[in-house]
Design a protein around this ligand. Structure first.
Ligand SMILES: [Zn+2]
Length: 335
């Protein structure tokens, strides 16, 4: 379907189910120049409290940490970003990551930092790089079960639970059980998770998939945007509803100084979010021109380049522009 994803060759992914696994990631062809990756890897806005070959943990504020994945060496324990929000009565982990070892690493860092493991976990959407490693949290809880510690409560929307169960491969019975037991996040209005001395809002949105959520704190002002926000990395439209994507990104943007944790890329500030929205608008503009010319998405993507005014963007995969145009064409009913 979305050929030439070399990532599709990952064991456990067939072409038939590619939308449930590697097609989300499409990290097989790393097109960015080495220098761009190096900048991506080293750009931090905050104090780094832990590093691993696949990610670093940055402290954004007291008790608030961002996991920034750095998948440049083929190391895929984590691919997407996530985080931790520490409260007196509970700790929220954000995302399940790609491999159980990724969730385990975050839970272990959490123990080192706080003496506790996460009590709650939210997955922002169903894609494999955000959800497939969920069992790692259970593994850590089992390791310390003699101290009466229970695995974290999983919070997902009903759509994320359903799509995660039917599309994500390889199927894992333990992960399926976690999804079956999940607390469902309301999608008609924002909900909260009470961590004792701080409350985290879970805001239902959509655009990157049929059901996304953002995790938002007011004090300090921090937004975990999931894959509704990519910083310096061209987003993957494989599941996108583009007419909802840019409005969702605009809706999460705040007027005061805020740390934004994107789904991919370094921690962002307001200027980064503005540039990302400009990118989404540019891709819509290019898709409209292609439609007016009667071009296919594939033809439109051939030779397409972002305007230099948008600055430097990492492109994970050569098909990403085609996917963006195809997503718009699908909404417009253009073959
Ligand atoms: Zn995604």
């Amino acid at each position: 379907m979305h050929a030439p994803d070399s990532a599709v060759a990952r064991p456990g992914c067939s072409r038939r189910v590619a939308i449930g696994c590697a097609a989300h990631l499409a990290l097989g062809a790393l097109l960015a120049p080495r220098a761009a990756w190096a900048r991506f890897a080293t750009r931090t806005q905050a104090r780094v409290v832990a590093t691993a070959p696949f990610a670093r943990l940055e402290q954004l504020a007291p008790g608030v940490f961002a996991v920034i994945s750095t998948p440049f060496t083929g190391e895929r324990t984590t691919l997407a970003n996530g985080g931790l929000v520490v409260g007196r009565a509970g700790i929220l982990a954000i995302e399940g990551f790609f491999q159980p070892a990724g969730a385990r690493w975050l839970a272990e860092q959490c123990r080192l930092l706080t003496g506790r493991i996460p009590s709650h976990v939210v997955c922002t959407h169903y894609h494999a790089d955000h959800l497939n490693g969920l069992t790692g949290y259970v593994d850590v809880a089992v390791d310390v079960a003699t101290k009466g510690i229970v695995p974290p409560v999983l919070h997902v929307t009903a759509t994320t639970r359903e799509l995660g169960a039917v599309r994500n491969t390889p199927v894992d019975a333990a992960r399926s059980a976690q999804l079956a037991d999940a607390m469902l996040v309301p999608v008609d209005a924002a909900s909260t998770i009470d961590l004792g001395d701080r409350v985290v809002r879970v805001v239902p949105r959509a655009g990157h998939t049929a059901s996304d959520v953002t995790i938002e704190l007011d004090e300090p002002s921090i937004v975990f945007g999931g894959d509704l926000l990519w910083n310096g990395v061209v987003p993957n439209y494989v599941d996108a509803t583009p007419s909802r994507l840019a409005p969702a990104a605009r809706a999460m943007r705040r007027t005061r100084e805020t740390h934004y944790v994107p789904g991919h890329g370094s921690v962002a500030g307001d200027a980064d979010v503005a540039r990302y929205i400009d990118l989404l608008d540019e891709l819509e503009r290019a898709a409209r021109i292609a439609r007016a010319r009667g071009q296919s998405a594939a033809d439109a993507a051939k030779g397409y380049a972002l305007p230099p005014t948008l600055g430097e963007w990492t492109v994970f995969n050569a098909t990403f522009f085609e996917r963006a145009f195809a997503a718009w064409f699908k909404e417009w009913g253009v073959a």
